[in-house]
Design a protein around this ligand. Structure first.
Ligand code: GLC
Length: 481
């Protein structure tokens, strides 16, 4: 009998196969399992899929914690906490406080035995040399999920882990080159780790920042010097994202009448957005009801693409208000043919096409329209979909998606992503036996099977935080609601 109670979605052979893929992905260090590698397909040609990615491992953590497998999570947390960027050997040492996208264990056979060494990639080896801004935020979420699930507060007090928490928070809270509470990041700095026009203030990073800070508040001891700073940033960030990133019909109507070229402090249109930049598809989508968080916001820049991970995490981490959570699920229901497929959920929508694709991706053949990060369909999103749906009370929709996808993924040997407008074809360059595709079905299926069991990655309402956000000074005028 499998430990994951997901018989409603997958037959016994399917579950056994999924579990075998997850076990086979174990990464060992000194006799312990310290992570899971990204994919195990035997014919794998790209070497770093044999590494443990921090963001991918978060999905494995969800699956492990739900069935009480906590040792591997603790070992992972300690291993990553002990890594320091200055060991990475790159030309310019990565900033202290950055955590690696991935790591592996190198083994050297010597006369006196086998010597093992953890080798981490902070972007100095990654395709495109991208900076993994999301990794440390996922790591904080993992430490907090472990603590919540086990009740063991000793891990976060361990000197190495505690120092890493402080290092990360101090680094992410440091002043930067601008005025906004959001994080300014380069392109390719999260799950979408290739050039896709997601530089600036992309939603996925901002929501992870919000979640990482919320995790930090729970992990820091009372009275810690960083607590006040974390709280203040959460208030400013929460207010900014809820107010300025949220798009629905009412808001689009306001933006379409924005004045431009305003100067001063209290403005209606502080980013100088040009109303004509709202594309026709967005007007059509939102006229039908529902709402979502925009993909990016900055000077004269409103990226209205739908980014699934940021939107789903916004719900499960309590960034989205309850009205926003309902509106998001209304939108997903209205546009389920576009967003939910028999193989997972669209990572982004719509795709960059033609000239936009050429200029924004730099002509990236892996990211052609309807593939991979460019409106490809990702099975791993089933996990955040379920997690968000439980919070919004819309589990039925997620269960339908899981029912359609789980057997299909098992039949197709757990692809990394699917292609096409409706996600019907295995991704042209997708890996098979992709660990987070498996883990998403195990973790998401278990959350659906046990609606009463707590979700270790979800956040409850924090009254003090909500009150402070409600009372925060307005930074603009002419606001709706
Ligand atoms: C790809 C994905 C990235 C993922 C990695 C390992 O690079 O874009 O998000 O972490 O594969 O699965």
């Amino acid at each position: 009998m499998s430990r994951w109670p997901i018989a409603r979605f997958l037959d016994a052979a399917g579950v056994a196969g999924a579990e075998a893929v997850l076990r086979n992905a174990s990464l060992h260090l000194g006799g312990e399992v310290v992570g899971t590698v990204a994919a195990c397909e035997p014919a794998l040609d790209v070497q770093n899929y044999r590494e443990c990615f921090v963001r991918d491992f978060a999905v494995s953590v969800a699956a492990f914690l739900e069935v009480g497998e906590t040792d591997v999570v603790r070992s992972f947390v300690r291993t990553v906490a002990a890594l320091r960027p200055d060991e990475a050997g790159s030309i310019i040492p990565p900033a202290s406080g950055l955590m690696p996208a991935s790591f592996t264990v190198e083994r050297e056979e010597r006369e006196d035995g086998v010597r093992e060494r953890v080798v981490a990639d902070y972007g100095q080896r990654a395709i495109g040399r991208v900076a993994p801004v999301d990794s440390a935020l996922w790591w904080l979420l993992i430490v907090r999920a472990y603590q919540r699930s086990t009740g063991d507060t000793a891990l976060a007090r361990d000197p190495v882990v505690c120092a890493a928490i402080e290092r990360v928070l101090s680094f992410y809270l440091r002043p930067q080159f601008e005025m906004l509470p959001s994080l300014l990041v380069p392109d390719g700095s999260s799950m979408i780790d290739r050039r896709m026009g997601v530089h600036g203030h992309p939603l996925d990073i901002q929501v992870l920042f919000w979640a990482g800070l919320r995790a930090g508040l729970e992990l820091l001891s009372d009275g810690h010097a960083l607590v006040e700073q974390v709280f203040e940033r959460l208030v400013a960030l929460g207010r900014h994202l809820r107010q300025d990133y949220w798009l629905d019909r009412k808001r689009v109507e306001v933006i379409r009448r924005y004045p431009v070229e305003e100067f001063g402090t209290l403005l209606e249109n502080p980013w100088n957005l040009h109303p004509d930049a709202i594309p026709v598809w967005t007007m059509a989508w939102l006229a039908e009801g529902g709402g979502y968080y925009a993909g990016n916001l900055g000077p004269a820049r409103l990226d209205v693409r739908f980014f699934a991970l940021g939107n789903l995490l916004a719900v499960s981490t309590g960034l989205a208000t309850s009205d926003q959570a309902q509106a998001l699920f209304d939108l997903i229901e209205h546009h389920r043919r576009d967003l939910l497929c028999d193989s997972g959920m669209k990572l982004t929508y719509p795709p960059l096409e033609e000239r936009d694709w050429y200029t924004q991706t730099g002509s990236d053949q892996k990211n052609v329209a309807w593939s991979y990060h460019n409106a490809g369909t990702w099975p791993m999103l089933l996990w955040p979909l379920v997690s968000a749906a439980r919070v919004a009370g819309r589990s039925e929709l997620a269960a339908e998606a899981m029912t359609a996808a789980a057997p299909r993924l098992a039949r197709d040997a757990w692809p990394e992503y699917y292609d096409g407008p409706y996600g019907g074809l295995i991704g042209r360059r997708a890996r098979l036996e992709q660990t987070w595709s498996v883990a998403a079905v195990l973790a998401g299926g278990t959350l659906l099977a046990r609606p009463e069991a707590p979700d270790p990655f979800a956040f409850e309402r924090d009254e003090a935080l909500e009150e402070a956000i409600a009372q925060a000074k307005p930074d603009t005028v002419g606001r709706i609601d």
